[in-house]
Unconditional design. Structure first.
Length: 128
């Protein structure tokens, strides 16, 4: 058997709302509760299991999406009035980035309701 990431815990003050926020942006659904977790399962079957907690450090989560999925997610971000950035320091407001290292790769960053830094990025021509 090869080693695969199965799931990760995402701390959140309101797991249901936080899972719904991400699922809505990515065009996914929130899964049924698993014990006390609220899961969002990605196409490669890795799940982000949202767990209620009041204090935590924000994390960074990056999602590889197709060009069409990127355009759709970016439209949902913009339509929702969610600020997005062209850099991880969140200085380039309203921008997307174009990778110098991977031709054709685009990406953008945005914060979820808990302050986690979310990133969507395309594979670019190297991943096609």
């Amino acid at each position: 058997m090869t080693v695969e990431l199965n799931h990760t815990i995402v701390p959140a003050r309101d797991p249901q709302a936080s899972a719904r926020f991400l699922a809505d942006i990515l065009g996914l659904s929130v899964g049924p509760p698993l014990a006390h977790f609220t899961p969002v399962t990605l196409a490669n079957q890795v799940s982000l299991d949202y767990d209620r907690t009041d204090t935590f450090e924000p994390h960074h989560y990056a999602f590889l999406v197709s060009d069409q999925e990127f355009d759709a997610a970016l439209a949902r971000i913009q339509h929702g009035g969610i600020t997005h950035y062209g850099d991880p320091a969140c200085q380039e407001i309203g921008q997307i980035y174009h990778s110098r290292h991977t031709p054709g790769r685009r990406g953008t960053y945005f914060r979820d309701p808990n302050g986690h830094l979310m990133e969507i990025l395309t594979p670019g021509t190297a991943g096609s």
